[in-house]
Design a protein around this ligand. Structure first.
Ligand SMILES: NC(=O)N[C@@H](O)C(=O)O
Ligand code: NI
Length: 169
């Protein structure tokens, strides 16, 4: 199989099978702080297993080489993982659904999205995703995910016959 992944705009609806889009645009909110602040409540769900702890980290990422061949995806079985751009830059993401839970990904289910400058993402537990795909060097992302016992990162490598690429326009 040889295919160039279509880069789709990131929307709440399209991303629903993979997790949450972290954004305020178009979302419900209510006033707090005596009317000085709008709270966009619960735009993403932090998922943890009973032994895990939620932590906040910062990832400073290099831009990968494009066209990029998607050789692998990873998943986190014990918790969700969110990426919120700290500098408000767009970024890409490649995902695949949880599937049947085994260490296998149907390449036909792999999708690519582009997050706009006001969006972050929250991958739900076991959602397959590519490591962070910044669109400029030294871009920084706030990351909320899980630490704790056990291996929380499964990697799946596609067969060499599967050539899926992401091209920048
Ligand atoms: N390994 C790690 O902490 N980062 C990845 O999970 C990622 O999605 O970038
Ligand atoms: Ni990850």
């Amino acid at each position: 199989m040889i295919k160039t992944l279509k880069i789709e705009p990131l929307t709440k609806e399209a991303f629903a099978p993979f997790g949450d889009v972290i954004e305020s645009v178009g979302r419900d909110h209510f006033m707090i702080n005596n009317g000085s602040t709008e709270r966009y409540h619960n735009v993403g769900e932090v998922q943890l297993d009973e032994d895990g702890k939620g932590i906040i980290s910062i990832f400073r990422a290099k831009m990968l080489e494009y066209p990029l061949q998607v050789k692998m995806l990873e998943r986190h079985p014990f918790g969700s993982q969110s990426f919120i751009p700290l500098f408000g830059h767009e970024f890409l993401l490649v995902v695949a659904p949880v599937g049947d839970g085994t260490m296998n990904i149907d390449p036909e289910t792999v999708r690519c999205f582009r997050a706009n400058a006001r969006q972050g993402v929250n991958y739900h537990r076991n959602v397959w995703h590519h490591p962070i795909m910044a669109l400029r060097d030294d871009d920084e992302f706030l990351v909320v995910d899980r630490t704790g016992p056990g291996n929380n990162c499964d990697e799946f490598f596609f067969d060499d016959s599967i050539k899926m690429t992401v091209e920048l326009d």
